[in-house]
Design a protein around this ligand. Structure first.
Ligand SMILES: C[S@@+](CC[C@H](N)C(=O)[O-])C[C@H]1O[C@@H](n2cnc3c(N)ncnc32)[C@H](O)[C@@H]1O
Length: 491
């Protein structure tokens, strides 16, 4: 492959190598022990046959909760934003069942829908025939969204008048029994972007402190920065929303770095004298980067599996195209939020590794919809109550069509779940229970797991036949040699 088009890759080669070096066993132990201690899990993370793995530190019963994992960074897929209004920090559904239904039908009536093109989902306005998207067939971690929805013609037939939708959204129209499904109120972003919403002031503040203060396009941001950010977001929305996650990783690292630097300055008066000393600043940047350094990662354009419709002979140009796409995105981000002291974070090498981390870990963010629960509840009512309730709710269910139950979906990086290795006969799985209303990952035991045993999950649908499983695992860069695969592989 041609040499990198990013000058920072050369200028900061040593620092980039330090950022991307695998963490030492001591720092891994310290980091994971700390998370496990805080979250009180009966597990430990240690190195094994396939790098890091998660091991049971107690016996688990079948169906017992093994862990709940708080995400390091996550974002809702752009295509899913029409369907679900959720807190941008904890991903709980917010507002009310009426708001969820009214908003979705209103946005659909405006012509906002999901376009599936080239394996990339983008949010589009139906009226824009000349909608541009990247022509590459980039298999990305946002490829499996479940938002096909009902056809627009059937939606039009069942259309609800705009005034009724407005009443639903304002809660002037209350649906029967919706009080059984109350949701937290909506708090808007304090930066005024109108893009992010929260379930509480606490979540709004936490998001601002952790990610959003550098990525907000509201009137609190500098106008030139705002314009650059809007361009970055538009590019990500048109091509691959994994870039937004990568931007969140960079933004959170810069913000952590700034906090570390401030507390150093407060603690050590002499530190002011070495403030210009780049070596000291870099050790703080390494510290700020530590949570990300723990994630398994490779360069995106090198690890992404070759799509079926790309010839082997075109592999090099396919990978170059992906690298160029990432470079374009990085340049736009750099124009918006570049910080000289954190310059190595803006190298293409680091950006490519961050995106590759999401590609290889491919952890889905899923939160079940209260709208689905609501319509199930109505359907389950005793017939004496159901007739009247259905008379009032049926038009909305018909207008929503098949996709009334779409979950909140996105991608996330979970520090512990991302350490779990794959098996086609796993002993655990990610599973949302009735009480899991936010975006945390929940892992439960599929069968009894003894203390000391490795906890494994399946990265793919393990019901598939051997060849299909192996083909899907190419995306993760390994061939599965679990007991089931060894038994099923041909002679
Ligand atoms: C989500 S990470 C799992 C944690 C990883 N072992 C680490 O060191 O951070 C996924 C990567 O782990 C490795 N891996 C996971 N399960 C594996 C398996 N059954 N056989 C071989 N490698 C595996 C592959 O390199 C894969 O891309």
């Amino acid at each position: 492959m041609e040499k990198s088009p990013c000058s920072l890759d050369v200028e900061f080669a040593d620092r980039i190598a330090a950022l991307l070096a695998p963490p030492s066993p001591e720092s891994k132990k310290e980091y994971f022990d700390d998370i496990i201690r805080r979250q009180n899990h009966g597990i430990k993370v240690k190195d094994g046959k396939y790098g890091k793995g998660v091991y049971a530190n107690v016996d688990f019963r079948e169906e017992e909760l093994i862990l709940k994992d708080q995400m390091l960074v996550a974002s809702q897929h752009i295509s899913n934003k029409v369907d679900c209004l959720v807190c941008s920090y904890c991903f709980r559904f917010i507002g009310s069942v009426e708001l969820q239904i009214g908003r979705k039908l209103y946005l659909q009536a405006l012509g906002l829908s999901v376009k599936h093109e080239c394996g990339i989902e983008t949010l589009a306005n139906d009226s824009e025939d000349d909608f541009q998207t990247d022509s590459m067939d980039v298999e990305s971690s946002n490829q499996n969204h479940n938002s096909e929805g009902s056809s627009s013609s059937s939606r039009k037939e069942n259309a609800i008048p705009e005034g009724v939708l407005a009443s639903l959204m304002n809660r002037n129209l209350i649906l029967p029994y919706s009080d059984q499904f109350s949701l937290p109120p909506v708090f808007s972003c304090n930066g005024g972007c109108g893009e992010e919403h929260y379930c509480s002031e606490l979540c709004a503040e936490a998001d601002w402190e952790s990610f959003h203060s550098l990525l907000c396009t509201g009137n609190k941001s500098d106008p030139s920065q705002r314009e650059a950010l809007v361009k970055f977001m538009e590019h990500a929305n048109k091509t691959n929303d994994i870039f937004i996650l990568a931007a969140k990783v960079i933004s959170s690292t810069i913000l952590r770095y700034k906090r570390l630097k401030e507390s150093h300055l407060r603690r050590e008066v002499q530190y002011a004298a070495v403030n210009g000393n780049c070596a000291s600043c870099f050790s703080l940047l390494l510290e700020a980067w530590k949570p990300v350094s723990m994630g398994f990662k490779k360069r995106w354009w090198e690890c992404v599996a070759l799509p079926d419709d790309v010839d082997l002979g075109d592999e090099v140009s396919f990978r170059m195209e992906i690298r160029d796409l990432a470079h374009k995105s990085l340049q736009l981000l750099k124009e918006a939020i570049f910080v000289q002291e954190c310059a190595p974070l803006f190298s293409l090498d680091v950006y490519g590794h961050i995106i590759g981390m999401f590609e290889l870990n491919n952890l889905d963010l899923v939160v079940a919809s209260p709208v689905e629960d609501y319509f199930i509840y109505i359907d389950d009512l005793p017939s004496s109550l159901k007739t009247e309730a259905e008379r009032l709710t049926r038009p909305f269910l018909d207008a929503l069509g098949d996709d009334y139950s779409v979950c909140c979906e996105g991608s996330a990086f979970f520090p512990l779940q991302s350490c779990m290795n794959h098996s086609c006969c796993p002993n655990a799985k990610a599973f949302k229970r009735e009480e899991d209303k936010d975006g945390q990952a929940t892992i439960i035991a599929l069968r009894p797991i003894a203390k000391g045993e490795e906890v494994t999950i399946s990265y793919i649908d393990e019901e598939l036949p051997y060849e299909e499983r192996q083909a899907l695992l190419v995306d993760y860069g390994f061939e599965c040699r679990c007991p089931r695969c060894l038994e099923e592989e041909g002679p």
